[in-house]
Write a protein that binds this ligand. Structure first.
Ligand SMILES: [Zn+2]
Length: 114
C-alpha cells in the first residue's frame, strides 16, 4: 500500500507508540525509506517524545524521593513520640508503686507508734 505524506504524518504517533496495525507499520516503513521529508519529521517526533519521556521520569522519581523522605521523617517522629510515651508511662507507674509502698510503711509506723 502506498501512503501519501499527509497520511504518514498522521500515523507517526500510533506508529511510534506501537499501536498501528502490521499493515500500517509496513506501509509507513516503506514510505519512510523513500521519503526524506517524512523521515525528518519522524526523527524530530522521536527526539521530542524521548525528551518528554525523560522529563516525566525525572518528575516522577523526584516526587517519589520526596514522598520517601517525608515518610522516613514521619516514621522517626512517630518512633520518638512512642519512646517518650513509654518513658512517661514507666515513670508514672514507678511513682505510683513507690507512693503505695512508702504510704504503707508510714501507715505501719503510725500504727506501731500509736
Ligand atoms: Zn512523505
Amino acid at each position: 500500500m502506498n501512503l501519501g505524506c499527509d497520511i504518514v504524518l498522521d500515523c507517526v504517533s500510533i506508529y511510534k507508540d506501537g499501536l498501528a496495525s502490521p499493515g500500517t507499520v509496513e506501509a509507513v516503513n516503506q514510505h519512510l525509506k523513500k521519503c526524506h521529508e517524512c523521515r525528518k519529521y519522524y526523527k524530530m517526533y522521536d527526539s521530542i517524545n524521548d525528551i518528554k519521556t525523560k522529563r516525566q521520569r525525572a518528575c516522577t522519581s523526584s516526587s517519589d524521593e520526596k514522598f520517601a523522605e517525608l515518610s522516613r521523617a514521619l516514621k522517626i517522629r512517630r518512633n520518638i513520640f512512642a519512646a517518650l510515651l513509654i518513658a512517661f508511662s514507666l515513670v508514672t507507674a514507678i511513682s505510683v508503686i513507690f507512693g503505695i509502698i512508702t504510704g504503707k510503711k508510714k501507715a505501719e509506723q503510725l500504727k506501731k507508734g500509736a
